[in-house]
Design a protein around this ligand. Sequence first.
Ligand code: NAP
Ligand code: NAG
Length: 364
Amino acid sequence: MAVTSASRSPVRVLIVGAGAVGCFYGSRLHRPDADTGEHVLVSLVCRSNYAAIVERRGVEMRTRAYGDYLFSPEFVFPSIAAASEKGIRWDYVVVTTKALPDLGDDSSVVSPVATPQTSIVLIQNGVGVEEPYRRRFGADVQILSAVTVVSAEQISPGIVVQNRWTRIHVGPFVKGRWDQSGTVIGENGPDHLAAKRFVQMLKDGGVGDAEACTEQQLQVIRWHKIAINGSMNPSAVLSNGTPNAEMTEDDELRHHLRQCMEEVFRGASAVLGIPFPPAGLATADKLLKSIGRNTGARPSMLVDWEHGSRMELEVILGNPIRMARERGVEMPRLEAMYGLLKMAQKRRDEKVRDNKERHLQTKL
Ligand SMILES: NC(=O)c1ccc[n+]([C@@H]2O[C@H](COP(=O)([O-])OP(=O)(O)OC[C@H]3O[C@@H](n4cnc5c(N)ncnc54)[C@H](OP(=O)(O)O)[C@@H]3O)[C@@H](O)[C@H]2O)c1
Ligand SMILES: *[C@@H]1O[C@H](CO)[C@@H](O)[C@H](O)[C@H]1NC(C)=O
């Protein structure tokens, strides 16, 4: 028997970080007029694009997969405080900020809207992104962890372009919440069910290749993505902006990239306690081949560097390095790139600050 949307109270979703990924998935989840599946109402917490989105009465979406449309959220908030004042009980708080633990702890940002009835969904790159949330909220709050492959960009405030195919995996992050012997961590435990429900909501919104998985499977996917992002992104920056495919065609760099990937595989194996990559996931050679075919691709870490923005160094390099090191595995190539890029970023930011101060002084 079909449950009509009118017979159920709507699912309330709050997106924190209304950038490319947040607006893309938010716009697919939002189904104010659903006649099948769940009735989902999505709201946005914005920052720099608040005025632009209010003025446009939504976010202008230009998508490869779903055409062009205006995404008009239920509410658009200028801050978390404003969202919290509304007094809504959010079912899902979806975090789609860039993961920059070196700049601040985003778990403190979402704290005013997180309740024991809320699932926090982290759609971010890297590994170790869940830990600050578990530390802050303890066992009380449900955390879902998601990895996506999507090529999306906010080309100007309130305009989001999605270029290619999408893929998203969602799994529970139960570590530190349920003791490992409990049945609640099983396939029918509440955290798994919340992940499955979220995936169903994405599917209802037309995201065909959304997939629910277990905690371990999700972490495997996160680490496997590090083999790509931990090798390609920093190398693209350090080679002065060489696109991915071109790097794989250079003998010396190809060797370097393969060795980086092997390092990540050894680290992942030690951290997750399984042979890596497990059956079904691409080896270093396969990864290099497919990266070589994808001409023109430039990692977002490179774009961030060129824009003078913060790079996601900690979750893509720092956390994997530290997690592997704790288990006695060193990743010397990644460690070198991490140390060099962290310092390059620091020097760049210092120079910008000095220039601004000098500019200010000459004005006075
Ligand atoms: N874009 C992709 O194709 C893609 C693909 C796979 C994975 N990812 C991952 O997805 C995550 C999000 O990436 P993205 O490309 O969507 O980044 P993005 O376009 O830069 O969006 C991040 C948004 O979060 C906002 N934000 C940051 N801190 C905030 C805070 N404290 N309160 C409110 N808003 C805040 C930013 O606002 P401001 O404009 O004010 O800074 C920005 O609008 C990253 O981890 C990325 O690696 C992205
Ligand atoms: C991670 O790698 C993918 C595939 O090359 C790329 O599209 C994405 O921009 C990379 N992410 C970052 C943070 O550089």
